[in-house]
Design a protein around this ligand. Structure first.
Ligand SMILES: NC(=O)c1ccc[n+]([C@@H]2O[C@H](COP(=O)([O-])OP(=O)(O)OC[C@H]3O[C@@H](n4cnc5c(N)ncnc54)[C@H](O)[C@@H]3O)[C@@H](O)[C@H]2O)c1
Ligand SMILES: [Zn+2]
Length: 343
C-alpha cells in the first residue's frame, strides 16, 4: 500500500504505527536522513532504536547489513518489531533486505526521501545489496507493509540527486506515456510539477508490478535503460567520478535507444529528441575503447540475460517498449560508441 502524505508525514506515520500495535521500532537512516529527515517524524523517534549508517552506494553491502542485524539482535528485537527505512534507495533496499531476513522476516515500511526512491525504489518489493562489485547481486523480493511518500523530504535534496530521480520519471514516460513525455520534454526542470510526476510514476510502476511481481514478463519493461545503465554504474563505482544511479540510467537509455534505432524501431527523429533532452540534463561520460570492453563485460551480469544471451528492453516508439529482445555484443559496442559521438 502506498500513501501520499502531502506534508503530513508525522501524523500519518504515528497513526499507522499505533493502529498496528508494534512492540518495538527500529529506524534505519543514513547520516543525511538522520540530520534532515528524522526530525520530521516527530515524537515517534523517542521510542525507536535508531541505526545510523554512512551514506552512499559504497555502503550498500553485507558488512553494513551485519551492523544492522547486529543492532537488531543486540536490542533483542522480536518478530513483532517494525523496521522503518527512512532514506533513499540505498537505505530502502538494504534496510528492507535486513528486515526481510531478520528472524525470517519482520514487518517493515519504506519512507523514501529521495526523488529516485519515491518514484522507483520504494515500489515493487525488490530488496538487496551489492556484492563483489555487482549491483544488487544479493537480495529478495518482498513487499513492504506500507510505503509513505511525502515530497516535503525533497526540500533538502541536492539538485544533482533530484535530476538522478528525474531519470526514472523520464523512463516511465518513455516506456508507457507519450503524452507525458511530450509534456516533460517541453518543460524546464525547474518548472516540472514534481508532486504530479511522483504520483504518475508510482501509478505506472505499481500497475506493471501488480501484473508481474516476480519479473517473469512485463515487469522487465521497467529495466529499460538499465542493462547498459547498471554496467556504466558498476564500472564507475569506486572511481573518482562515480555515476548516480539515475545518471547512469539516463545514458543507458540513450545507448539502448541507438540499438532500437539500428533495429528499425525508433526513428532518427525520436532517437535525437531523447538524446538531446538527456544531454541537456546530464553530463555525458567519455568511454575509451578499453572502458567500452569493460562495460560490455559488466553487462553479462544483467539479471535479464538467459543462457548467456543478452536480452534487452527496447523502445518500439516513444511511449511503447518491448522486452526480451536479443542483442549481440557488436550492437552493444556500437551503442556505447554512439555515446562518444554525441556532441
Ligand atoms: N528496489 C528497487 O526497485 C530500486 C529501484 C531503483 C533504484 N534502486 C536502488 O536505489 C539506490 C539509489 O537510490 P538513491 O538515488 O535514493 O540513493 P541514496 O539512497 O544513496 O540517496 C542519495 C543521497 O541523498 C541523501 N539523501 C537522502 N534523502 C535526503 C534528503 N531528503 N535530503 C538530503 N539528502 C538526502 C543520501 O544520504 C545520499 O547521500 C541504488 O542502490 C539503486 O540500486 C532500487
Ligand atoms: Zn533504476
Amino acid at each position: 500500500m502506498v500513501i501520499f502524505c502531502k506534508n503530513n508525514i508525522e501524523n500519518t506515520l504515528h497513526h499507522w504505527v499505533s493502529e498496528n500495535h508494534y512492540q518495538s521500532l527500529v529506524i534505519i537512516c543514513d547520516e543525511n536522513t538522520y540530520q534532515f529527515c528524522l526530525p520530521k517524524l516527530g515524537q515517534l523517534i523517542e521510542k525507536a532504536i535508531i541505526v545510523n549508517i554512512p551514506a552512499g552506494e559504497q555502503y550498500k553491502n553485507l558488512e553494513t547489513c551485519q551492523k544492522i542485524w547486529h543492532t537488531m539482535t543486540h536490542h533483542h528485537l522480536d518478530r513483532k518489531a517494525l523496521c522503518i527505512n527512512l532514506g533513499g534507495g540505498v537505505v530502502g533496499d538494504m534496510g528492507g533486505f535486513c528486515a526481510a531476513t531478520y528472524k525470517r522476516g519482520i514487518d517493515f515500511i519504506q519512507i523514501p526521501t529521495t526523488l529516485l526512491s519515491q518514484v522507483d525504489a520504494s515500489v515493487g518489493g525488490k530488496l538487496g545489496v551489492d556484492f563483489e562489485g555487482f549491483k544488487n547481486q544479493i537480495g529478495v523480493f518482498k513487499e513492504p507493509n506500507l510505503v509513505l511518500i511525502d515530497t516535503i523530504f525533497l526540500e533538502t535534496l541536492s539538485e544533482r540527486e533530484k535530476l538522478s530521480g528525474f531519470a526514472e520519471i523520464i523512463k516511465h514516460c518513455l516506456i508507457s506515456d507519450k503524452k507525458m513525455w511530450d509534456k516533460i520534454s517541453n518543460t524546464n526542470f525547474e518548472n516540472q510539477d514534481i508532486d504530479f510526476l511522483v504520483n504518475h510514476s508510482v501509478a505506472i510502476k505499481s500497475k506493471i508490478v501488480e501484473q508481474d511481481p516476480q519479473e517473469k514478463s512485463i515487469r522487465k519493461l521497467l529495466n529499460y535503460g538499465h542493462t547498459i545503465g547498471h554496467a556504466l554504474e558498476s564500472y564507475f563505482l569506486g572511481t573518482p567520478k562515480p555515476f548516480l544511479h539515475g545518471e547512469a540510467v539516463a545514458w543507458g537509455m540513450v545507448a539502448e535507444n541507438f540499438i532500437a534505432y539500428k533495429l528499425g524501431y525508433l526513428t532518427d527523429k525520436e532517437l535525437e529528441e531523447i538524446t538531446l533532452f538527456i544531454k541537456q540534463h546530464y553530463s555525458k561520460p567519455y568511454l575509451s575503447s578499453e572502458m567500452i570492453e569493460n562495460v560490455i563485460n559488466l553487462t553479462f551480469q544483467d539479471k535479464k540475460n538467459e543462457q548467456g544471451k543478452h536480452k534487452f528492453v527496447l523502445l518500439k516508439s516513444i511511449g511503447e517498449a518491448v522486452f526480451d529482445v536479443e542483442v549481440n555484443i557488436s550492437e552493444i559496442k556500437s551503442a556505447l560508441s554512439y555515446l562518444n559521438a554525441i556532441i
